[in-house]
Design a protein around this ligand. Sequence first.
Ligand code: NI
Length: 432
Amino acid sequence: MAKILLRPDFLFVGGENWETIKNGELLIEDGTVIYAGPRRQYTGGEIDKIIEGKNRLVMPGLVNAHTHAAMTLFRGYADDMPLMDWLRNKIWPAESRLTSEDIYWGTMLAISEMIRGGITCFADMYFNMDAVAQACMDSGIRASLAQGLIGLDNVKGTAGLKESKKLVSNWHGSGEGRITIMLGPHAPYTCPPQYLQKVMETAAELNLPLHIHLAETRDEVRECLKKYNKRPVELMESIGLFKHRVLSAHCVHLSKEEIEILASSKVSVAHNPGSNLKLGSGIAPLADLLAGGALVSLGTDGAASNNNLDMLEELRLAALLAKGSQEDPTLLPAREALKMATLNGAKALFLADGTGEIKEGSPADLIMLDLEKPHLYPRHDLCAHLVYAAVASDVEMVMVKGTILMERRELLTIDEEKILYEANVRAARLTR
Ligand code: NI
């Protein structure tokens, strides 16, 4: 494979350290970062491709830690409705008509949008996940995939676990490790404790992490208390869920004790500020979670409840909400927010291969932004620009594992025109 040299004016290697490296250099070989640091006199032999980055910034790719990619097909179909009304009367009937091909094209639509916005990796929970995995293979993006499991009915619950096992044998580690599999028990209100026990047995058997929705709405907490006399996080702890590796989406309505449980059990939290706002679910206690030591990442949730898959927008929302809701502008500073959207995302997906930061030996998952824009001048602090001023269309180049997926804003692995056509035709059929 190719040897690629990047020479950006500004380089962020991410990780714990978001200091700006001026006149940066990156050397990538066989999809792996060999060098990242200040520019030097390169003497390492022949280079296949040199990317000059005048007025450009290179940083780790963004990790979308919670989404339902194929729901792009329902973007703008049903809005401004209460959650259960929205699900029961609009989303579920339309979803019941989805074919595997629909899910492939819906996921491709999502992936096009995500690459365009600098997302190199995402965690997905949906169904017909073979189609989602195929879309990830075809596009070159990195993903952690979970078949959404509903355990309200024994037959469906068992079938879901069987499909999950098949997903593991078909796809886990595919695309040179780009695709990983998780188990996806949808939520405590769709997966009763007896069923979650079965899910945990499978997780232990296959050594898989879990991806679940938790404490999203006040109603969920109320129902859980009524049924089990425990709040959702307490209930999950009591049945032993957190003995496993768990990625937990939302976590909006938490008691102080529950925040402690999440932090001490090392549960990954995926914060979805845009979706929580749009569905009127509330504002997650981000500052308390971080102060308590919880690992918090950032997600867009599905496009039917957001309505875009724009991580730069989520970054900004997360920072502004943390400050505004607590009347404290010092909360969630820009560098901490960026860490949430990159390294914490990779950790939240339990990727242990160096994904989420740019360092020697890590996979070359990175993005380059064009800074030659009025809204990115002057350049006092580029971290602040990334969180408070940058927009998705500033992302110019995207690379996953050393393969360039977008260059000069042109998608190289994806036929976007065909995707837009397919999405339109299929969405019309589904919502007829
Ligand atoms: Ni969700």
